[in-house]
Write a protein that binds this ligand. Structure first.
Ligand SMILES: Cc1ncc(COP(=O)(O)O)c(C=O)c1O
Length: 486
């Protein structure tokens, strides 16, 4: 295929050069109607690039196939049979993928460390999760993707499961063995969905962990906005093989997606694909070398340790720099806040003892040096002792499931004081974010240990976006009446 083409970008240029006068959304009319104070901040170009697809980028019947052509090029670039663009992040793409494999009351194998968007998918769809434990790294208090042997065991125990969803890489960059897990799934005639939200760059360099489409997964979801160069919310899901019907997958996306996708997402996805096909390998080679030297420089700073995972997991994305700050006797939350406030350096993930810096092809010596210098400055920061987080053991993190997530979420609920919540069935998710893997799910029986974990975490700086009572003084549980009926 001709990867010098970028159909969406070309259609945008044509829309402009033909001088169309639209009487369709978006009502800002490519910026004409936007308050100059908004343009001062955002620039006119953002609005000029925001064009409706139907009778805008393409004609009324979409007969020019602009989006289809861009998706075909994306599929070809990343070795998939089909690619679908989504403008609602992987949060929507994972739901589309799940619903294309299992329906209400059907079973899907899901790792317990799945992102909260997967749990939302279970709640909305009524799919029954068959939970598979991640591989708990008790010493570091981390969850890595499950092994192929675990997957085999669970399919043997639950042969009616319709398929499996695997999350790899994790937010910490640790990866599961997609190929081996796909083999197990296929030996049972079942499809493998890979939530590879953190892996949009993986297809473009052989020194990076395996990419799902190369490792025989059936459906792979990516967030190009995370490690690629498309705008926030841009996601692609990919398909190959015969276990999932492309029309079903597209239909499920149609069920959930917007009827007004922005061309900003489509255009940046299209441009990212062209860029990566033409220059991705060279750009990634450069940033991989930069990551190696940056990791070494950070690791040499007293009190900081860059975590390596080689002996624990199948593979690891070296562009994720997982920095243990516990040697400085501070928490990751404190480090992240201090770096933002005093060094103007922002990081994504932090936890009780770590921060994670992610490099992309856009980073260079200037940004990497800034990171190292900011961390060096952190060594001298005068921070109070961190508030302790009561970390449960891996066993204590595995809560008993008493109801389906959907049934508990939509049940009659009551708000009980946190001190009385143990033993009750949760009606809400409680999720440290990022990374977004829930500590408590709707339908699970709350324990003191996990409640202590999230409540002490909250006091120490953990972000918990979901609970109805954001102070966690009380917890939303299934009412005693509804529990007795269930
Ligand atoms: C593993 C995983 N899956 C899915 C998502 C959702 O992706 P998005 O933010 O693109 O909606 C995330 C977001 O952090 C994630 O970490």
């Amino acid at each position: 295929m001709d990867h010098s083409r970028a159909p969406v970008l070309e259609a945008l240029q044509e829309f402009r050069s033909r001088g169309y006068v639209p009487f369709t959304p978006p009502g800002h009319r490519q910026g004409r109607g936007v308050d100059p104070r908004v343009l001062d901040v955002l620039g006119r170009e953002v609005f000029e690039a925001d064009v409706i697809a139907l009778n805008g980028l393409d004609d009324r019947l979409m007969s020019g196939g602009v989006i289809e052509h861009a998706q075909e090029l994306m599929a070809d670039a990343v070795h998939a049979s089909h690619a679908f663009f989504s403008t609602c992040g992987s949060s929507l793409s994972v739901k589309s993928a799940m619903l294309s494999v299992a329906g209400p009351h059907e079973k899907l194998i899901v790792p317990r460390h799945a992102h909260k968007s997967v749990v939302s998918g279970l709640i909305l769809s009524g799919v029954c999760p068959v939970w598979i434990s991640p591989q708990w790294d008790a010493e570091r208090h981390l969850a890595h993707p499950p092994s192929a042997d675990q997957v085999r065991e669970i399919f043997e125990a639950e042969p009616e499961a319709k398929g499996m969803l695997l999350v790899t890489p994790t937010d910490y960059g640790t990866c599961g063995d997609i190929q081996a897990i796909a083999e197990v799934c296929h030996s049972f005639g079942k499809p493998l969905i890979v939530d590879e939200a953190w892996g949009a760059h993986l297809p473009f360099h052989s020194d990076l962990p395996p990419w799902g489409m190369d490792a025989d997964a059936d459906v792979v979801v990516t967030s190009v906005h995370k490690s690629g160069a498309a705008v926030e919310q841009s996601s692609v899901f990919h398909l190959q093989g015969s276990l999932v019907d492309p029309a079903v997958l597209k239909g499920r996306e149609d069920l959930l997606g917007t009827t007004s996708p922005t061309s900003l997402v489509y255009a940046t996805l299209d441009g990212w694909r062209r860029h990566m096909v033409q220059q991705g390998e060279a750009m990634l080679t450069a940033v991989l070398a930069l990551a190696e030297s940056t990791r070494a420089a950070i690791d040499s700073l007293p009190g900081l340790h860059v975590m390596e995972f080689d002996d624990l997991v199948h593979s690891f994305d070296p562009l994720k720099i997982v920095i243990d700050v516990s040697g400085l006797h501070i928490s990751g939350y404190q480090a992240t806040d201090w770096l933002r406030e005093h060094q103007r350096v922002t990081l994504g993930l932090s936890d009780h003892r770590r921060v994670v810096a992610q490099l992309t092809h856009a980073d260079d010596h200037r940004t990497a040096t800034k990171l190292v210098e900011a961390l060096q400055a952190l060594l001298a920061a005068d921070l109070p002792a961190p508030k302790p987080v009561d970390l449960p053991s891996p066993d204590e993190l595995q809560l008993e499931t008493a109801m389906l997530p959907r049934d508990a979420f939509f049940a009659e609920v009551e708000q009980v004081p946190a001190g009385q919540a143990a033993g009750r069935i949760s009606a809400e998710m409680i999720t440290p974010y990022p990374p977004g893997a829930s500590a408590i799910l709707p339908g699970e029986v709350i324990t003191d240990e996990v409640l202590d974990y999230v409540r002490s975490g909250l006091a120490a700086g953990m972000q918990l976006p979901d609970p109805a009572d954001s102070d966690l003084e009380s917890v939303r549980v299934v009412s005693s009446r509804a529990q007795a009926r269930s």
